[in-house]
Design a protein around this ligand. Structure first.
Ligand code: ZN
Length: 415
């Protein structure tokens, strides 16, 4: 907290070389300020104008940096930009200061050139250049149009208020490519639980990310699009993981975690197996334990990251009437079924608990505890390449089976 106060003062003090932006023969410079989380930042509206675009306020801490038909979506205090279907991690988050929105410097040097065509950063000259847009390949225009339509939808629409969960299934052609949001649990300064293998320990965040990246591959190989809430070792606030899923218009949301036995159990090292949760009130003490453990990540988030309040209570009441609850249960059952075929441990079944990470996601959502890191054989298996691959394939199969069921249902109800 002290650190961030200290750095906030530097916003006014520091004055590194401005970023030069060249569009054709027009040259503008965008002042660089210190970012309270470290590194540098740029005023978002000035950056947008300099590259010939504009910053559109979507309300509720969301903006879209629009560049004529294409663009990226930004969220206050969320360290990623959303481009089309992809969440692009940034080293720090957009923030507000003096009524203005600032974005990490890396947005200009790294994210924008990567996400949008026609932009290039020249580090030697500290210059961002915009070239004339040339369509890159024959198939690109439609993909770009779809991606930008998706992105502008996400910027224009505020994520539904927690009081009114979006229960209506999104209108879309049944043949549309399906999208799964994959959430690797924990990350950054939140390691999650620890997997113990002899004298070495591996943090849950590392295993969750490894399995999630393989899950992305497995899903893409099955023709399903994927958005990741994180692709590297960063902390995404629990409250932001659901909104990422919503903004990307996912069809379902899968959060990957590793379980840990309660050390007070008689033989904690012997506990093993896998379980899948959907969002509901915890029914047993053990379900409550896992929910407490996973929700604890909140303590690693800054007060700003968690200031959205705790809407869990009324969400749960609303969720009881929500069709996503039943859908999430179906998805959880499929995940358990598929994991039975490959997992060395027993199925601990489908469970329910109030996970913060699932609360803000208005689509069928599950949290998979892929095994016990406190059990040596399971810890070994989950950290092995082969084990991770098997887990990813099994979860991907479950997602595809679920989507196929959903497709049939939609097809049946819409003649
Ligand atoms: Zn976890």
């Amino acid at each position: 907290m002290l650190l961030s106060l200290l750095c906030a003062c530097q916003v006014a003090v520091a004055s590194p070389a401005p970023l030069v932006v060249r569009v054709g023969d027009k040259v503008r410079s965008v002042p660089v300020v210190a970012h309270p989380e470290g590194g540098s930042a740029l005023r978002a509206d000035l950056l947008a104008e300099a590259i010939g675009g504009r910053l559109i306020d979507g309300g509720a801490g969301r903006w879209r940096l629009d560049l004529g038909g294409t663009g990226i979506a930004l969220t206050l205090l969320a360290p990623f930009a959303v481009s089309g279907e992809e969440a692009l991690p940034m080293p720090s988050s957009p923030f507000r200061s003096g009524g203005r929105v600032f974005v990490p410097y890396a947005l200009a040097t790294d994210i924008l050139p990567r996400a949008l065509g026609g932009l290039m950063f020249d580090p030697a000259r500290v210059e961002l250049r915009r070239m004339a847009l040339v369509s890159r390949q024959p198939a690109a225009p439609r993909a770009i149009a779809e991606a930008s339509a998706r992105a502008s939808r996400s910027a224009a629409e505020i994520v539904p208020s927690p009081r009114i969960p979006d229960v209506s299934p999104p209108a879309r052609a049944p043949s549309r490519k399906r999208l799964v949001v994959v959430d690797a649990g924990h990350g950054g300064r939140d390691p999650g639980s620890l997997l113990r293998i002899g004298n070495t320990t591996v943090p849950e965040k590392t295993v969750a990310l490894a399995v999630s990246l393989k899950l992305r591959e497995a899903l893409q190989a099955r023709g399903v699009s994927v958005v990741m809430t994180r692709t590297r070792d960063t902390l995404i606030a629990l409250g932001d993981r659901g909104p990422i899923a919503n903004r990307s218009r996912g069809d379902l949301f899968v959060s990957v975690h590793v379980n840990a036995a309660n050390p007070n159990w008689r033989n904690p090292g012997a506990t093993r197996g896998f379980e899948t949760y959907f969002l509901a009130e915890a029914k047993t003490e053990d379900e409550a334990r896992v929910a407490r453990m996973e929700n604890e990540a909140v303590k690693f988030e800054t007060s700003e990251e968690t200031s959205r309040g705790d809407p869990l209570g009324f969400i749960l009441r609303d969720m009881a009437q929500n069709e996503h609850l039943r859908e999430s249960l179906t998805l959880a059952e499929l995940v358990q079924q598929r994991m039975k075929g490959i997992h060395p441990g027993p199925s601990r079944g489908v469970k329910q608990a109030p996970f913060s990470v699932l609360v803000n996601s208005f689509m069928p959502s599950v949290l998979v505890e892929i095994g016990f890191g406190s059990n040596l054989p399971e810890a070994r298996w989950m950290t092995s390449e082969a084990g991770q691959r098997q887990l990813a394939e099994a979860i991907a199969d479950a997602c595809v089976a679920y989507l196929a069921q959903y497709e049939r249902k939609v097809g049946a109800s819409e003649p």
